[in-house]
Design a protein around this ligand. Structure first.
Ligand code: BF8
Ligand code: SF4
Length: 626
């Protein structure tokens, strides 16, 4: 174990590869973070504005310098505007990803997407029914076409409200209507945020933030939910699968291909190509024992959930995965792919391929995937990766992989419980499980890599709180060994008993970041079964190491759905005490939940436990005072 790198990451593979990176003179995200210090205080507080060219402006937080921008906007307005723009960008990222899937579904319906098909017929019919599409005796491709069309309308402006919003508990829907945040078209809310935050439009910090909530809801109950549902329809609804995590999943004697990004449209085709006998034969001819596909970040989570494809690492180690020298090819789509990746790869034999018409990167070869060429292009790329095997130099894979189980869709969780959420509710009522928490989100060099996720998760499960996770948090917890049946040894006695009897780990991998929609569906199912609202349940969420605009959108729709959410890093809002008070307290009176901010996961665990016990007390369940 390397002492010098312990301050950056708790992971053994991360520490050892950081040492290797230093030896190879590779600059990493941590080096660049340090070079940026001290970061701009105005920006950190949300008090700088470059919305127009009368600026850029800043408001002095100490009251000595300017208190208003050139246009007259004060700190409250500037902070609220900046936050809303973060929500819009995050909602756009998730929702545009959803749109890409809907477009593939439409192409499948037209027979123009060779290699793609409808994998989950039951889900196709169930989701179609939500859209009031008649399915009885109808050809599945016709249903798929009509569903794709109806979903496309959700993106536009033809409806008063998004279709899937009606799957939320009724009380929640009524509340959203009452306070005027019922999301309409997905694109419409994003576009309206950009309009409202233009100079001289919405200058009420409260009304801005209220629209920010509506925009975020259009992501959670719209774009992200559509992304998840259509991914399940096209690629199958996940069920528990054995897999493995950390850089040790790379294989010295095989061709290693790593997929990085978010959209399964590309990675699923790569996986199929990797499995084809023709490709396996070619790999053998080139002296490799096989083709090993691994994931990084959320496209990795998508493959892990559905096929058990192993996970090489999460966001902050994406550069380090390349320093193993073992990766023949990395294929990326979009989101969270550092623009430095091409530079790192240039020091090894790794070939870097970008695939999305909307995402280019320095040092990568651009090979664009579209539904009509995806199958053939995937084969071409895998062939090129195999041919690159002989160009390998030194290989350094310093750790053994950790086993994990992934693939807990709501469907499989409910099935494991015997077809209804009732046993889970009974366990919560009896106090064997005190509550459930979604630990989600990214890595961020401001927090020691994986420390936030792993520490918080450990404290929660040892206090009988069930953890569900997604995104980079889920990868961190897989690497920490929390996702095997034996991990019940880390759990408190009640959680251990329940998970032990069901044969499931105490930490359930629910997928990628768009799959936070699955957590909404689960929370909604619990609330409906208990005939109450989500905000009454002993639930919470946490994003201990978040960094991205997507995470801001997720946080806001989670709180707006009634779930207390604790953030690790502070969002850029401290320049306005009005905004801080609203988000951390005032929202309780508006949506029945608010944010907490606590970078220390030990303290975050206490905040969450206290919240859960309070909710239990309110429900008349046995509770303990903390
Ligand atoms: O969508 S958790 S670092 S990879 S943003 Fe990105 Fe954050 Fe990872 Fe996935 Ni989500
Ligand atoms: Fe400055 Fe106002 Fe323009 Fe922002 S919108 S840059 S505060 S003048």
């Amino acid at each position: 174990m390397s002492k010098a790198y312990e301050k950056n990451t708790i992971t053994e593979d991360g520490q050892l590869l950081l040492k290797k990176a230093e030896r190879d003179q590779i600059e990493t995200v941590w080096d660049r973070y340090e070079a940026q210090l001290p970061q701009c205080g105005y920006c950190e507080m949300g008090l700088s504005c470059r919305v127009c060219v009368m600026g850029p402006c800043r408001v002095d937080p100490f009251g000595e310098g300017p208190q208003k921008g050139v246009c007259g906007a004060d700190g409250d307005i500037i902070v609220a505007r900046n936050l809303c723009r973060m929500i819009a960008a995050g909602a756009a990222a998730h929702s545009d990803h959803g749109r890409d899937l809907v477009e593939v579904l439409a192409e499948v319906a037209e027979g123009r997407a060779p290699g793609y098909e409808i994998k989950d017929m039951e889900k196709l019919k169930r989701v179609a029914a939500e859209y009031n599409i008649e399915t009885e005796g109808k050809d599945p491709l016709k249903i798929a076409g009509e569903l794709a069309h109806a979903m496309q309308e959700d993106f536009g402006t033809r409806k008063k409200e998004l279709t899937l919003v009606k799957t939320a508990p009724e009380k929640r829907q009524e509340l959203w209507k009452k306070i005027g945040v019922m999301p309409r078209g997905i694109d419409r809310e994003i576009s309206e945020t950009m309009h409202r935050t233009h100079m001289g439009v919405d200058n009420g910090w409260q009304s801005l933030l209220l629209h920010g909530i509506r925009n975020a809801l259009s992501d959670g109950w719209g774009g992200s939910m559509i992304a998840t549902e259509v991914s399940d329809i096209l690629f199958g609804t996940p069920a528990p699968k054995l897999t493995a995590a950390n850089v040790g999943v790379l294989k010295e004697d095989q061709v290693n291909i790593v997929v990085h990004g978010h959209n399964p449209v590309v990675s699923e085709m790569i996986m199929l190509a990797c499995q084809s006998p023709e490709m396996l034969k070619l790999a053998e001819e080139k002296g490799a024992k096989g083709i090993n596909l691994a994931g990084v970040c959320c496209t990795g989570n998508e493959l892990l959930m559905r096929h058990g494809v192993p996970m090489a690492g999460n966001h902050l180690v994406s550069e380090l995965v390349l320093t193993t020298g073992a990766v023949e090819m990395m294929i990326v789509d979009y989101q969270c792919i550092m623009p430095s990746m091409g530079d790192v790869a240039a020091c090894y034999h790794t070939r870097m391929i970008s695939t999305s018409d909307k995402a280019r990167f320095p040092g990568m070869t651009h090979r664009e995937f579209h539904p009509d060429n995806a199958r053939e292009l995937a084969k071409e790329l895998v062939t090129a990766a195999i041919e690159n095997f002989e160009n390998r130099g030194e290989v350094y894979i310093p750790v053994e992989p950790v086993n994990a189980i992934g693939g807990f869709s709501v469907e499989t969780i409910v099935a494991a419980l015997g077809g209804t959420p009732q046993p889970l509710i009974d366990a919560i009522a009896a106090g064997k499980i005190r509550g459930a928490v979604g630990v989600v989100g990214c890595n961020n060099p401001k927090i020691k890599h994986d420390y936030g996720h792993v520490t918080l998760t450990k404290r929660l499960i040892e206090n009988d709180i069930l953890v569900v996770d997604t995104g980079c948090a889920a990868i961190a917890n897989a690497k920490a060994g929390f996702k095997v049946a034996d991990a019940i040894e880390f759990a408190g006695p009640g959680l251990k008993e329940i998970c032990g009897s069901l044969g499931i780990p105490p930490v359930l991998h629910m997928g990628s970041c768009v799959d936070n929609a699955r957590i909404l569906v689960l929370a909604s199912a619990l609330a409906k079964a208990m005939k109450t609202d989500i905000s009454d349940l002993p639930l919470a969420a946490a994003a201990p190491e978040w960094y991205s605009e997507k995470a801001v959108s997720i946080g806001v729709y989670t709180v707006a759905s009634g779930v207390y959410t604790v953030l690790g890093p502070m969002p850029p809002i401290t320049g306005s005490m009005n905004v801080v008070r609203l988000l951390t307290d005032g929202l309780n009176d508006v949506v029945g939940a608010a944010f907490g901010v606590e970078p220390d996961p030990e303290k975050a665990a206490v905040l969450i436990r206290r919240h859960i016990e309070e909710k239990r007390e309110n429900l008349g369940l046995p509770f303990m005072k903390l």
